[in-house]
Design a protein around this ligand. Sequence first.
Ligand code: FES
Ligand code: FES
Length: 160
Amino acid sequence: MSSLNLEVNGRAVQLQVDSHRLLVEVLREQLGLTGTHVGCDTSQCGACTVLLDGQPVKSCTTLALQAEGCRVTSVEGLAAQDGTRHAIQQAFVDCHGLQCGFCTPGMIMSTAALLQRTPNPSDAQIAHALEGNLCRCTGYVNIVAAVKQAAATLAAGATK
Ligand code: FES
Ligand code: FES
């Protein structure tokens, strides 16, 4: 077992983990953050996407120890303290950007990373940013609409 120190959704966390432990396992099983989903477990579907120091990573293929000293943001870290949805979460609701919802946490985290670096993305930039996130339900049209709504809302100043 090794000591792991990281920040998760703004909270300092110290854990003992096996060297083969995956980041998604720590989030879901040790920290109870089950909003991060496991769809494929082979780095293909993107349901497990979280931010590591602001960059999207697939937590099903990231060793927990790789997150040593990093800031981890999962979907639980986006909403305001009082539970008010983040603009991206609200946009997915408003635009019907989800059906079963399984892919949604990963879609939202990839969108968060996109909009941090590209506040007004083109369709091509949205498609590129979400190419590692698979959805078997929506056909993607409403997801893209949600990303555009979120971009517009954030640009208007509503960050939370
Ligand atoms: S569960 Fe990680 S990419 Fe599918
Ligand atoms: S909403 Fe069902 S997989 Fe995307």
